[in-house]
Write a protein that binds this ligand. Structure first.
Ligand code: MEV
Length: 432
């Protein structure tokens, strides 16, 4: 059985980390290798046009996550320091109280048909709705592997856009159950199949036929309750100590800023996406689709706001909640052809797309808490600086143990710059 607690993981060497992961996870040695193996060039060249190679990013494992009572090791692909550490640390605090509780809706995607030149809108809308059952059966009659897995057309909705740069038009939404796929291809195909029938019925002309990335019928939600005493800590700047109540109230005040101000909400939600995107990428899913859906959902009330909510319960504990659209799949697309993505899904031992979404939304909430806790107390630069210093040391030419030594010296001096890194490196290499 998986355990997501691997004490001291951070301090191990790369090989030791892989060995510890093999012990803690359900992956076989072969699958573990696939998790970090580069994508084969012949696979890459069939995935996109004009491929000339591949581009790699760090893959790390977020630890300590318990989601719905199950320990899960979370693969994250990301170039930004502090994110994996932040998520792991917050997951550790959350697990003192059972971890994250998460839910997801049925995997219902929305396909849109834009219908132009409709003369009598009311009659057209009425006709579409009257013949809904027949139209859904027609869409489903096409050969589709999704249908054999229990997916398919579920509903039709009619919308009327009264004002636009070209005037009025009708929009039909096809609600389509995509089961464990992300579903873009299935939805687009279904919309194209439906289009001629909609033209017959409405007398209009179907222009666009495409899924909506505002997949607000395919939602995931995570909550966590952090005991207030777990939030207390002694900081590294001047050994300042923070009580649990101070940290809790600081997080709630930081959330209030994002709830009220779109300038802050954009950055706050970026912090959430710092947790979401790396898992989406590690599992071969379309992170642009997830980003588009998240931000459109954050603006659903026509005022862009925070995706998460932070409050306290009657016992004074910190309560976090994150709900957002999460159209991710575990079959099809890059998830199917990328061996590392398959290994990532196996590592998390997820059996459905909904289960994957529940883990991802929990990581988003943990990451949001990490950013708010840092911002509300010591600021984020301290944590960022030491990791950033390592990147600068590497860029200045340091390798092996010199990376850590050059980085530590810059962090002590509080000067993290390429020219200084080169000077320190030169001095260290010449034994001064
Ligand atoms: C940096 O990548 C993310 C943060 O800016 C998020 C936030 O401000 O909440 C730290």
């Amino acid at each position: 059985m998986t355990t997501s607690r691997i004490p001291g993981f951070y301090d191990l060497t790369l090989d030791e980390r892989r060995a510890a992961l093999a012990d803690a996870s359900p992956l076989s040695p072969g699958e573990l290798i696939r998790l970090t193996d580069p994508l084969a060039l012949d696979v890459a060249s069939h995935m996109v046009e004009n491929a000339i190679g591949t581009f790699s990013l760090p893959l790390g494992i977020a630890l300590n996550f318990t989601v719905n009572g199950r320990d899960v090791l979370v693969p994250m692909v990301i170039e930004e320091p502090s994110v994996i550490a932040g998520a792991s640390f917050m997951a550790k605090l959350a697990r003192t109280n059972g971890g994250f509780t998460a839910t997801s809706t049925e995997p219902l995607m929305i396909g849109q048909l834009q219908v132009l030149d409709v003369e009598d809108v009311n009659t057209a809308a009425e006709q579409v709705l009257t013949r809904k059952a027949e139209l859904l059966t027609y869409v489903d009659a096409a050969e589709s592997s999704l249908k054999s897995r229990g997916g398919g057309a579920r509903d039709l909705e009619v919308r009327w856009i009264a004002e636009s740069p070209i005037g009025k038009f009708l929009v039909i939404h096809l609600i389509y159950d995509v089961r464990d796929a992300m579903g873009a291809n299935a939805v687009n195909t279904a919309c194209e199949r439906l289009a001629p029938r909609i033209e017959e019925i409405t007398g209009g002309r179907v222009h666009l036929k495409i899924l909506s990335n505002l997949s607000d019928k395919r939602m995931a939600k995570a909550t966590c309750v952090i005991p207030v005493k777990e939030l207390a800590f002694v900081g590294q700047i001047a050994n300042l100590s923070y009580t649990g109540e101070e940290v809790r109230d600081g997080i709630i005040a930081a959330y209030a800023f994002a709830a009220a101000d779109p300038y802050r909400a954009a950055t706050h939600n970026k912090g959430i996406m710092n947790g979401i995107d790396p898992v989406v990428i590690a599992t071969g899913n379309d992170w642009r689709a997830i980003e588009a859906g998240a931000h459109a959902y954050a603006a659903r009330s026509s005022k862009y706001t925070s995706l998460s909510i932070w409050s306290k319960d009657d016992d004074g504990n910190l309560v976090g909640e994150l709900e957002m659209p999460l159209a991710v799949g575990i079959v099809g697309g890059a998830t199917k052809v990328h061996p590392a993505a398959q290994a990532a899904i196996k590592l998390m031992d997820v059996k459905s797309a909904g289960e994957l979404a529940e883990i991802i939304v929990s990581v988003g909430l943990a990451q949001n808490m990490a950013a708010l806790r840092a911002l509300a107390t010591e600021g984020i630069q301290r944590g960022h600086m030491s990791l950033h210093a390592r990147q600068v040391a590497i860029a200045a030419g340091a390798s092996g143990e010199l990376i850590e030594r050059v980085a530590s010296r810059m962090a002590e001096e509080r000067i993290v710059r390429m020219d200084r890194a080169k000077e320190i490196l030169k001095a260290m290499e010449s034994g001064k």
